[in-house]
Design a protein around this ligand. Structure first.
Ligand code: PMP
Length: 401
């Protein structure tokens, strides 16, 4: 008998499990729209040219593999905070940001989760309904209580702004409010600049702490600055803000696990103390982070030529997604004889489209059409090619009606 008889089978992850099921399918028409990973028009993974250039620079320099400090690579931490807030942001000169390198977006969120659990016992994290599937796991494992605020309105396939504001208002004073900096996952629906101002008003009023998850900077609009404008708006009000960053999507560094947790504090003294505690949390978990992705980011962001080349490549990726978004909308509009308005697809931004397909309809997409997607009706347009838009439209219409 095994000592592990009591260990039950864990369910497959709702997002990464989709890729496993996709691999097992042998149909030639199969399409993986589950995980949000960028593909070329040929549906192949892409390594950015600037990443290859940064890597060859690193080889030429013969950089070593010594341990990084607990907080990660100093040049990366500097670059990542500057990318987030703008290099000339006075908050940086004032030394008010505690930044430590994290294991991509997920690991950075998890560090913040541990910090909240330790220093704000009992405080709740408010998360949007719906949200990226892993947010609930992260706060559950951090033993941080959470509840949801209204976000998506199925009637308009848009933002339930009044519901969102009401729920943030109704939450206990001093809660954390988790916000997607741009390109909300899974809905692709972001607040307008005016709505962000109102959200900031309510958060200030209630003494809540805003907590941004920035996983798509540059990928939503194609502009790094524009996609960080939500965070900068809160920071400019002098608020204390948490921000988790990821380079999985915008630099295509998925497997390098490179990101950061930034805590914007009211003074340099607070920032120093916060940083010391983040390091204390990281040390017994993984000791110190990996160097490779950090060097890539530091090289790309720190070198004006590579930085500009990155922007061009990112715009091209964001542009390809916009093209398939348009083509999918066109295909649906032409093929759908019911007169249904599909324009919500064009209003959504980022990698995803939230189709409004329910679980049964999403099952039909997979079972009958070999289109793999999460069961909440989300499809990753980054995994779609122009050539497959018609096929996808046929599948969506068949599943809908
Ligand atoms: N937050 C959101 C909203 C995401 O969509 C993702 C990636 N799917 C992440 C965080 C983190 O991803 P990673 O850990 O690869 O950086």
């Amino acid at each position: 008998a095994s000592r592990f008889e009591g260990v039950t089978m864990a369910p497959a992850d709702p997002i990464l499990g989709v890729s496993e099921a996709f691999k097992a399918d042998t149909d030639p028409m199969k399409l993986n729209l589950g995980v949000g990973a960028y593909r070329t028009e040929e549906l192949q993974p892409k390594v950015l040219d600037v990443v290859k250039k940064a890597e060859s620079l690193m080889l030429e320099r013969g950089e070593n593999k010594e341990y990084l400090p607990i907080e990660g690579l100093a040049a990366f931490n500097k670059a990542t905070a500057e990318l987030l807030l703008g290099a000339d942001n006075p908050i940086l000169q004032q030394g008010r940001v505690a930044t430590i390198q994290g294991l991509s977006g997920t690991g950075s969120l998890r560090l913040a989760g541990a910090f909240i659990e330790r220093y704000f016992p009992g405080a709740k994290v408010l998360i949007s309904s719906p949200t990226w599937g892993n947010h609930k796991n992260i706060f559950n494992d951090s033993r941080v209580p959470w509840s949801e605020y209204r976000y998506y309105d199925p009637k308009t396939v848009g933002l339930d702004f009044d519901g969102m504001i009401a729920d943030i208002k109704a939450a206990p004073e001093g809660s954390f409010v988790l916000l997607h900096g741009c390109a909300h996952n899974p809905t692709g629906i972001d607040p307008t600049p005016e709505q962000w101002e109102k959200i900031a008003d309510v958060i200030e009023e209630k003494n809540h702490i805003p907590f941004f998850d920035v996983a798509y900077q540059g990928f939503a609009s194609g502009s790094l600055d524009q996609d960080a404008s939500s965070v900068r708006l809160f920071a400019a009000r002098g608020m204390e803000v948490f921000v988790a960053q990821s380079y999985s999507k915008n630099l295509g560094l998925y497997a390098e696990r490179i990101g950061a947790i930034n805590v914007i504090c009211s003074s340099p003294d607070v920032a120093t103390r916060v940083k010391s505690q983040l390091k204390r949390i990281a040390r017994p978990m993984y000791s110190n982070p990996p160097v490779h992705g950090a060097r890539i980011v530091a090289n790309v962001v720190g070198d004006p030529t590579l930085f500009n080349e990155w922007k061009v490549e990112m715009e091209a990726m964001a542009g390809r997604i916009k093209n398939v978004r348009q083509k999918l909308y066109d295909s649906l509009s032409v093929k759908d004889k019911t007169g249904k308005d599909w324009s919500f697809i064009l209003k959504q931004i980022g990698m995803f489209s939230f189709t409004g397909l329910n679980k049964e309809q999403s099952d039909n997409m997979t079972d009958k059409w070999h289109i793999f997607m999460t069961k909440d009706g989300r499809i990753s347009l980054a995994g779609l090619s122009l050539a497959k838009c018609e096929y996808l439209a046929d599948a969506i219409l068949d599943s809908f009606y």
